[in-house]
Design a protein around this ligand. Structure first.
Ligand code: SF4
Ligand SMILES: [Zn+2]
Length: 117
């Protein structure tokens, strides 16, 4: 269960408009289109990825208080942060470069053969 950001009434995740204070919660009257809303005085654009990479051409930029496309720079950064341990990354790399590893192994083996002769 969620609560309305304005009046804290209990709402369903798919609620389009708050039944108590009539706040619009979804865009275009569609439950599948979230309408992001500022919390406090800061416009959404200040923390939006599309403002940061200068790819947004919405007319409400850079003062959007509501936006359907808003994507937090922090969420995007968390997604791209390396979360694997170095050991796991090496094992992934080896798995993705099996051919190269095999070739290196073969070269090493030939080198050893030449050396022990
Ligand atoms: S997508 Fe919305 S919140 Fe993001 S920069 Fe554009 S107008 Fe601002
Ligand atoms: Zn409400």
């Amino acid at each position: 269960m969620l609560s309305c950001p304005r009046c804290q009434a209990t709402i369903e995740p798919t609620t389009i408009q708050c039944p108590r204070c009539r706040l619009t919660l979804k865009a275009h009257g569609h439950p599948g289109i979230p309408l992001h809303r500022t919390e406090g005085d800061e416009p959404l654009c200040a923390t939006c990825l599309y403002d940061a990479d200068d790819s947004c051409n919405f007319p409400q930029r850079p003062h959007a208080e509501t936006c359907t496309l808003y994507r937090s720079v922090n969420a995007a950064a968390e997604l791209t942060l390396p979360t694997l341990s170095p050991g796991r990354r090496v094992s992934f790399w080896l798995r993705n470069h099996r051919g190269l590893v095999g070739l290196a192994g073969l070269l090493l083996f030939s080198l050893l053969l030449v050396l022990v002769r």
